[in-house]
Design a protein around this ligand. Structure first.
Ligand SMILES: Cc1cc2nc3c(=O)[nH]c(=O)nc-3n(C[C@H](O)[C@H](O)[C@H](O)COP(=O)(O)OP(=O)(O)OC[C@H]3O[C@@H](n4cnc5c(N)ncnc54)[C@H](O)[C@@H]3O)c2cc1C
Length: 488
């Protein structure tokens, strides 16, 4: 029987006996896909069209047992491993060249316990799965703003959405997680069980194990909410961003907003012909309140000047959660990179506007997320997430179609952020990491003093760095660990 080859964790090529591969396939309840399997072509791809990789194997897991078998196989053969939840990781870590993809995307079950106001969510669920199940009981878990995004990556990196200022980040609502570790154990991480692991899962990324199930706290929301989407005339960008700064300074926790600077795409049916090609500033957000109260709280965003296009109104929560969906199709080319801003001074606004207006692609936007309320109030020490002290998160979203434009679009975002460094402590939001090309430097800058604790945690739960294709924190060397506070 012919031997296969695969990529090892250290990048070398290693033999993979076919018999072992067949035996893994027989043990899985889900499918094991090889390059010649039907469905492989789709399974190797992720959302970002920039990423074009060919794994040796894709294990489509349908239950925790499948994840265990896949981890065991990867460890015993020393393979390079990619872990996939919703496949929307911007840097494309959900696939790899030559290694094993542990793909949880079939694990999309969501179970709501309305009496306890808790929700159990499979490790491969998307936001739309979560929203549909929770809204059947008029509750919601804070998530992101595009419904196809995976809950797993979103939660492990933080999770910014339309409920954040009232109810916190997605990770702030995590009550417990079932985790398959690199050593092949199944642990429950919560406030009472492996509390250090629980701390690390709240913003430390996919470093510490594979989460097969999340349990979240849910809050009464909807079914109708007030949703503001006011496209203002971008020829007055500076004035609009200054207004946005003033508005967010006093807005109540119920309101979570962002300002997106872009250009009305030529030929788009959703917009009148006379605005196509013009720059806009979209002031957009949701009020976690009854719709009438939400309208009152958010009215200034529509009224301080007349919007060119106004799509604001009461909406079903699930509909508002899908407002942006069509703008982010799978397979387009994306480079999203962020920087936490200390504040939004007039000088910072001037610089943002200068770069925003130079975006090479009409599909790109410059997003400024207001970080306030419950996100800022949570004690920084309680979770690994970095970025609670930021007033705003700046995200350069380069979105384009033609591979020939890769250079110009990536250069735009990089130059933009380099020029904004002086308004920041240099930390980034790890769910908007570009292609993670700065590697571990980003992690050290972002986590600051907490980096050591994360590296010690990594050494405890993944000492060989099996889970390395992520925003990676290599395990601390033995000597460094004495400073960490890891307990099991
Ligand atoms: C269209 C779009 C919209 C977005 N909107 C928002 C938003 O509104 N707010 C926001 O905060 N972020 C947003 N993001 C960023 C998003 O949070 C990250 O891209 C996130 O990583 C996506 O998670 P995923 O599970 O889909 O990705 P994947 O590519 O499947 O996973 C990303 C990484 O997470 C880890 N991982 C995935 N699943 C597991 C698991 N089960 N156990 C352990 N580790 C795992 C792995 O390290 C993996 O490499 C958006 C991204 C996209 C593409």
């Amino acid at each position: 029987m012919a031997e296969m080859h695969a990529t090892a964790a250290d990048g070398s090529r290693v033999p993979l006996p076919r018999q072992a591969v067949q035996s893994l396939g027989a043990r899985l309840r889900g499918e094991l896909l090889l390059p010649d399997s039907a469905g492989y072509e789709e399974a190797r791809r992720v959302w970002n069209g920039m990423i074009d990789r060919q794994p040796a194997l894709v294990a489509r897991c349908v239950e925790t047992g499948d994840v265990l078998h896949a981890v065991e196989f990867a460890r015993s053969h020393g393979l390079l491993v990619a872990v996939r939840g919703g496949g929307h990781g911007v840097a494309g870590h959900g696939t790899c060249d030559g290694g094993l993809v542990i793909d949880l995307s079939p694990m999309r079950d969501v179970a709501v316990d309305p009496a306890a106001a808790t929700v159990r969510v499979g490790g491969g669920a998307r936001l739309l799965d979560l929203d549909a199940a929770t809204q059947a009981h008029a509750v919601a878990v804070p998530a992101g703003v595009v419904s196809d995004t995976g809950i797993a990556g979103l939660t492990l990196g933080g999770g910014l959405g339309w409920l954040r200022n009232k109810h916190g980040l997605t990770c702030d609502n995590l009550l417990s997680a079932e985790v398959v570790t690199a050593q092949g154990e199944v642990l429950t991480a919560s406030g009472d069980s492996h509390p250090d692991l629980y701390w690390g899962l709240q913003g430390g990324g996919g470093n510490f194990g594979i989460v097969t199930e999340f349990t979240f706290r849910a809050h009464p929301v909807g079914p109708e909410v007030w949703f503001t989407a006011a496209f203002h005339d971008g020829r007055h960008m500076k004035e609009i961003l200054r207004f946005f700064r003033e508005y967010t300074a006093t807005a109540p926790d119920e309101v979570s907003t962002l300002a997106a600077c872009g250009r009305f795409p030529p030929g788009a049916e959703a917009f009148p012909e006379e605005v196509q090609g013009l720059p806009y500033v979209l002031l957009i957000g949701m009020a976690a309140a009854p719709p009438e109260e939400g309208e009152r709280l958010m009215r200034p965003l529509q009224e301080f000047r007349r919007p060119l296009v106004d799509m604001s109104g009461p909406q079903r929560y699930v509909q508002a959660q899908q407002f942006f969906d069509e703008d982010y199709p799978q397979g387009l080319r994306y480079y999203w990179k962020s920087l936490n801003l200390r504040d939004l001074s007039d000088e910072a606004i001037d610089r943002i506007v200068e770069h925003a207006l130079r975006q090479p692609s009409p599909l790109s936007t410059t997003d400024i997320w207001h970080i306030g309320g419950a996100v800022r109030r949570r004690d920084e020490a309680e979770s690994a997430f970095a970025g609670r002290r930021a007033a705003f998160l700046l995200n350069c979203e380069a979105n384009w179609e033609d591979p020939a434009d890769d250079g110009a679009n990536i250069a735009w975002a990089r130059r933009f952020l380099a020029d904004m460094q002086e308004y920041s402590d240099g930390s980034r939001y790890l769910n908007f990491p570009g292609l993670y090309e700065e590697g571990n430097d980003t992690m050290r800058t972002t986590f600051g003093e907490r980096y050591r604790r994360l590296a010690a945690l990594k050494a405890t739960y993944d000492p060989t760095n099996l889970f390395r294709l992520n925003q990676n924190i290599p395990p601390a060397a033995e000597a460094e660990r004495h400073g960490g506070s890891v307990t099991r």
